[in-house]
Write a protein that binds this ligand. Sequence first.
Ligand code: MN
Length: 181
Amino acid sequence: MIEIFNRIASTLKTLRKERGWSLDKTAQETGVSKAMLGQIERAESSPTIAILWKIASGFDVPFSLFVADEQRDYSTGQTKTIHPSEDKIKVFPLFPYDEKTKCEIFLIELLPGCEHISSPHKPGVIEHVIVAEGSMEVFLNDSWKPLKKGEGLRFCADQPHGYRNLSRKNSTIHDIIHYSM
Ligand code: MN
């Protein structure tokens, strides 16, 4: 697990350097506090999925940039969890961001009682959520839309959106995120 925190730390440092963003500027763009950003960069603190997603959206980069292992072969999909300390949501980078398709594909497990609100991505980002197992709800346009196994929803992700599982069973979704970069 140390490995993943180091990767997150060095990715954040590299992005800041490339953009020439100070910690102040980065805090402004991502909505994550300067203190937290500093801790993440020094690999002293492990960001939650929600915070990591805020950082990715603030920089307008794919989420998988922080978590995909460039040494690993993802051609057949990869279902290793990236964040074991998160108790109710588990994100697996199935197919990390690909330049050709401009997509990254996640398998996300929502445990009973999970409610995850995602901050808006940059304009042009489109999400496709498809339920693979169980049932869940997607938050969109101020309301929760129930989805059963096999059902899906496509939406512009530059608005507040979220996922929750009010059932008593685990729910598994595929989340395909398409970027316009
Ligand atoms: Mn999202």
